[in-house]
Design a protein around this ligand. Structure first.
Ligand code: NDP
Length: 244
């Protein structure tokens, strides 16, 4: 039996892309999986497609009251959350001088504040059960920056400081908190990149290919596993060597 059997896992942004691959990974391992998306319909459809008893819950993770309600629903339905994968994220790219307040605010709200709201709400149950695994999905852009992505880079870099801080707060309670920093992964988020841009990116990736969701899910699974119980506050690039 898998070590994740009957563990309650919440994956934010689990309807598509990387989050979906993570939700599928844990569901296959016998965990009780909840995934969240912006609409009930997309979340429930993804959960039904994944099967294994996965449930879909709706929340805009940028809204603290919606997050509190979503965590309560998951806890009431499946039990206290043991593994939290903060994955939901958006891009609103633009050069600094032209960046609108709404583009800055929405990226910070979803990509940074959303993770704070989810951790704050879920950690109470983890402390009670003296067990928790928090995996926050940042980006190589949070490590290196990127022209045209000041909002995204600030949020993703912010996640790293946030995660290291909660790792220190919660370490003695058998709760680990780590960051995965993906490189370029084939999802809806990168589908809009022009062929030229994709080629330029490919040239810089030592592994010679873009990543897929499963490349990230496997590492998230490792960080949630007993094998990684002595890893906390770490930042793991999963990028085919791009960030080195
Ligand atoms: P996708 O665009 O494919 O999926 C984004 C997911 O986030 C969807 O499930 C979406 O739900 C959800 N989401 C977005 N906003 C909210 C919100 N306010 N509340 C709840 N859910 C929300 O993205 P990826 O799979 O590519 O990316 C996943 C994470 O990985 C992101 O944090 C991203 O920044 C990061 N990342 C991605 C990389 C890549 O190359 N793809 C590289 C590095 C990091 P819905 O379906 O309802 O819209």
């Amino acid at each position: 039996m898998s070590e994740f059997a009957d563990k309650v896992v919440l994956v934010t942004g689990g309807t598509r892309g990387i989050g979906r691959a993570c939700a599928e990974y844990f569901a296959r391992m016998g965990a009780k999986v909840a995934l969240c998306g912006r609409t009930a319909e997309t979340a429930e459809t993804a959960a039904a497609q994944i099967g294994h008893g996965a449930i879909g819950v709706q929340a805009d993770i940028g809204a603290p009251s919606a997050v509190d309600a979503m965590i309560k629903t998951v806890t009431d339905t499946l039990g206290s959350i043991s593994i939290l994968v903060n994955n939901a994220g958006i891009t609103r790219d633009g050069l600094l001088m032209r960046m609108k307040d709404t583009d800055w605010d929405s990226v910070i709200a979803t990509n940074l504040s959303g993770t704070f709201y989810c951790c704050r709400a879920a950690v109470r149950g983890m402390i009670k059960q003296r067990y928790g695994r928090i995996i926050n999905i940042s980006s190589v852009i949070g490590l290196r920056g990127q022209a045209g992505q000041t909002n995204y880079a600030a949020a993703k870099a912010g996640l790293i400081g946030f995660t290291k801080s909660i790792a220190q707060e919660l370490g003695a309670r058998n709760i680990t908190a780590n960051v995965v920093a993906p490189g370029y992964i084939q999802t809806d988020m990168t589908a809009g990149l022009s062929e030229d841009v994709q080629k330029g990116i490919l040239d810089r990736i030592p592994a010679g290919r873009l990543g897929i969701g499963e490349d990230i899910a496997g590492v998230v699974g490792f960080l949630a596993s007993g094998a990684a119980s002595y890893i906390t506050g770490a930042v793991l690039p999963v990028d085919g060597g791009l960030a080195m």
